[in-house]
Design a protein around this ligand. Sequence first.
Ligand SMILES: [Zn+2]
Length: 240
Amino acid sequence: MKKDALVFAAHPDDAELSMGGTIAKMAAHGLKVGIIDCTKGELGTRGSAEIRQHEAIQAGVILKADFRDNLNIPDGQIEVNRENLLKFLYQIRKYKPKVIFAPYFNDRHPDHIAVSTLAKQAYFYSGVGKIQTHDNGHVQHSYRPSALYYYMQTYEFQPSFIVDITDHFEDKMKSVFAFSSQFFDPKNKEPETFISKPGFVEYIKSRSQVYGFKIGKDYGEPFLCEEAIELDIISKLKHH
Ligand SMILES: [Zn+2]
């Protein structure tokens, strides 16, 4: 049951757009990564919840995610409340991830902000045994991950670190394109949205290039951590 990382996302395709390369990289190195989507994305202008669910499964397979789950919270109505916090605690205590990923807390979409807040609360309260959650009638053991990392969505931040995704950039883009109902397609006559504009895919590519360039690589994905990150000065100086 134990996983290495859990990625919390508000909508199917959020994880791919923001950290698909990092997920593919972790999986390629044998790490077990789970993606937890909070909603089915049923408010999306294009496609339907069923189509997006199918696309999400395909995208997870492309990235070689260990599993993908959905919390079935209504799209556009993710609230920071006890009920949703307990759903997050359940997932963290069930999978005992070493680290969790969540949306950056300052964002254009209220659902992203809510997921960020829920993840931060769960990061702490998952370790508080007196807040009980149950699995098959048994009280779950308290468990606290060692880190919470925020990924970048619409608004930018000064990264705490950048992951080199050069070898996994193609998989990232393939996983993004798995959500074909959402992106630019000249044949699709549904209304245009923020992400279905022809330039959106170029924007995702350019952002990966910008953050890759900052670390001297072709492609990169940025992350923010509110806590200090140790630098192993010895391995840096001896092995680089
Ligand atoms: Zn989203």
